[in-house]
Ligand binder design. Structure first.
Ligand code: NDP
Length: 480
């Protein structure tokens, strides 16, 4: 059985404990590799390596730093097929999705921040007759990056690339559920000539490795993407230590559909925004609000289209949806579907786990599920399910839909479907979310701020926001 290794001080290493955890393929339910069961001793080694590397990396000429990040992007691209297959096998997502989205995006993350570092400038403020201020943007030192399982390499690299670009050294932990592409990345780092210790990848459990990264007194900033409860725990440790914190957390995103939308196009797009990656994208819309006058028409077309989605082996190009990431997560999603029924919801399609034949007979599959008839305040409509489950709710007018959309504790993203430009602007302004798409979903420009409000997070990633997060501003005044 293949055993993945940590990447510490430029080398692939065994965990200090010499013990390993099983890594499952969700589409088959079988263990296919093992990952290090690391602990705080490995984190200490990683920190030591990162600290030693910092002086040299933070003073490396920008052009050289850029070239290495570019080589990392090239290295992933050269092994595209291997990365695509690994991401799909580890996570359960259709291979065609990891080929179209996950891996190309990881390549873009490194290229984007490699070029950003050459353009990142700081401000100066002149005081006529008095002097001038200039602001240095200095790397923080050793920083921690912790990422989830839903878009494994995509989100891992989204943190690591700006952290490295700004001259920091990194101790990073991918999700224990999807470690494989981070392991491949460590091989790419070696091939690309990333100096020893600049990036260290420690595999293992959140409450051991993740916790040890957050608690380490020498790690000065934590960039975390994951669940809101974990984010809360991390903040309670890191805040009293005065660490910089970026938290990208859960969501319960509203999809708001007005009568004047282009209904055919909206149905098509909303199927994608609801069920892509089995609904396991923090930006998926899970509460669909439809203006009353088109409720019946939308529902009929939406249900018909969802029923035509094929849930199947992630290796097959005709599968629209693959497997749920783990047995535990599959059970959590199914328990929410049962809860929805108890709360009075009517299941319009799906609602059950799916048993496939052959290779995937023991895999974790769930039918895409649509539920109607629920109160907007019930638990199904308030709590994050993070799976292929959406609810339909009719509304009378803008005021009512905004009240329902904003009734959750989350505020990550929202989509608005209308051809009335003024209405689109009005609703976008009032909806409580960090990201709003109008007549579209998941169109990403890496320069834009990314993140949520309320329980969906603190801070923003993307573009200059990430470059600022991973640097400390120091103002210098010179008297004239
Ligand atoms: P978790 O919060 O369970 O885990 C995220 C990461 O944190 C994992 O690497 C996990 O390790 C680690 N971790 C767990 N406990 C601790 C701890 N005590 N200290 C430090 N690290 C810890 O989230 P999931 O992996 O289940 O991901 C799904 C969640 O992520 C959803 O809520 C989703 O909405 C959110 N998400 C948010 C995004 C955003 O941009 N806002 C984007 C994508 C997902 P381990 O895997 O070993 O438990």
């Amino acid at each position: 059985m293949e055993q993945l290794k940590n990447y510490i001080n430029g080398e692939l290493t065994e965990p200090v404990s010499k013990t390993y955890l099983d890594n499952y393929e969700p589409a088959t339910g079988e263990v296919y590799s093992q990952l290090p069961d690391s602990d705080e001793r490995d984190v200490r080694l990683a920190f030591g390596a990162a600290k030693n590397a910092f002086e040299s990396w933070s003073t490396t000429p920008l052009e050289n730093r850029m070239m290495i990040l570019m080589k990392m992007a090239d290295g992933i691209e050269k092994r595209m097929d291997e990365f695509v297959a690994a991401e799909s096998k580890d996570n359960g997502k259709p291979k065609k999705l990891s080929r179209a989205v996950d891996i190309p995006r990881a390549v873009s993350n490194f290229r984007f921040y490699a070029s950003a570092l050459q353009h990142f400038a700081s401000e100066s403020h002149q005081m006529p007759g008095v002097g001038i201020n200039y602001t240095l943007r200095q790397p923080i030192g050793v920083v921690g990056c912790i990422s989830p399982w839903n878009l494994p390499l995509y989100l891992f690299s989204w943190k690591i690339a700006p952290a490295l670009a700004t001259g920091n050294c990194v101790v990073a932990k991918p999700s224990e559920i999807t470690p494989y592409t981070a392991y491949l990345l460590s091989q790419v780092c070696i091939e690309a000539g990333l100096p020893k210790g600049v990036l260290n990848i420690v595999h293992g459990l959140g409450n051991k490795v993740g916790q040890a990264i957050v608690e380490h007194e020498g790690i000065k900033a934590i960039s975390f993407t994951g669940g809101t409860e974990t984010g809360k725990r991390i903040a309670s440790v890191a805040a009293p230590m005065f660490k910089k914190l970026s938290l990208e957390l859960g969501g319960k995103n509203p999809t708001i559909i007005f009568t004047d939308c282009d209904i055919e196009e909206t149905v098509k797009q909303v199927v994608t925004s609801s069920f892509s990656n089995q609904g396991e994208i923090c930006l998926c819309g899970s509460r669909i609000f439809i203006e009353k006058s088109i409720y019946a028409k939308f529902k009929e077309a939406f249900v018909a289209r969802v029923q035509s989605l094929k849930v199947g082996d992630p290796n097959n190009d005709d599968s629209n949806m693959g497997a749920i990431v783990s047995l535990q997560h599959k059970q959590k999603i199914l328990s929410y579907i049962r809860l929805a029924e108890e709360e009075g919801g009517k299941i319009l399609c799906g609602g059950n786990e799916l048993k496939l034949d052959g290779r995937c007979a023991n895999g974790y599959f769930i039918e895409p599920t649509i539920i109607e008839g629920l109160d907007y305040k019930c638990r199904t409509n308030q709590e994050e399910i993070f799976g292929p489950v959406v609810t339909l709710t009719p509304f009378e007018n803008e005021e009512e839909v905004l009240m329902m959309a904003n009734s959750v504790k989350y505020g990550l993203s929202a989509t608005i479907w209308t051809n009335d430009l003024k209405r689109a602007h009005r609703v976008a302004e009032k909806v409580e979310a960090g990201i709003v798409w109008i007549n579209s979903w998941l169109v990403r420009d890496l320069r834009t701020p990314f993140g949520g409000v309320k329980a969906s997070g603190v801070g923003r990633e993307g573009g200059w926001e990430a470059m600022r997060f991973f640097t400390e501003a120091k103002n210098v005044f010179i008297k004239s």
